[in-house]
Design a binder for this molecule. Structure first.
Ligand code: 5GP
Ligand code: ZN
Length: 113
């Protein structure tokens, strides 16, 4: 997808600090971390937001969640973490390529992001 920041990161056109990658998923550190561990778990298909998830592309979503479990373990988040997906303007989504924020490494407050 032209002009999509996360598609460019997936294509290697923009650098990122990668923490996990497979055929379906790329995960990298957020450039503006909101917690000691703040990883963006991103499907390697241009799904604009949660509204666009359907039976054809939902394998990418399940692969993202499988990756969350692996990344959380690798990042030492055994005492817990939070996963957030912002959708649309009112949800606070700023990059229109579906992604899941994995936050941890501290006792999180009631509100985050
Ligand atoms: P959203 O607000 O759409 O849920 O989350 C977008 C996230 O992408 C933000 O937390 C923001 O800090 C992060 N972000 C924006 N641009 C870049 C970038 O170029 N590289 C990385 N690693 N993260 C980015
Ligand atoms: Zn994209």
């Amino acid at each position: 997808m032209d002009n999509c920041l996360f598609c460019k990161i997936i294509a290697g056109e923009i650098p990122s600090t990668k923490v996990f990658e497979n055929e379906y998923v790329l995960a990298f550190r957020d450039i503006n971390p909101q917690a000691p561990v703040h990883v963006l778990v991103v499907p390697k298909a241009h799904i604009p937001c949660m509204d666009a998830v359907n039976a054809e592309n939902s394998v990418y979503v399940s692969k993202c969640f499988e990756a969350v479990a692996e990344i959380a373990a690798a990042e030492g988040l055994g005492s817990g973490y939070r996963v957030i997906c912002n959708c649309g303007e009112d949800g606070g989504q700023t990059v229109m390529h579906l992604h899941f924020h994995l936050l941890g490494g501290v006792k999180l407050g009631e509100k985050m992001l």
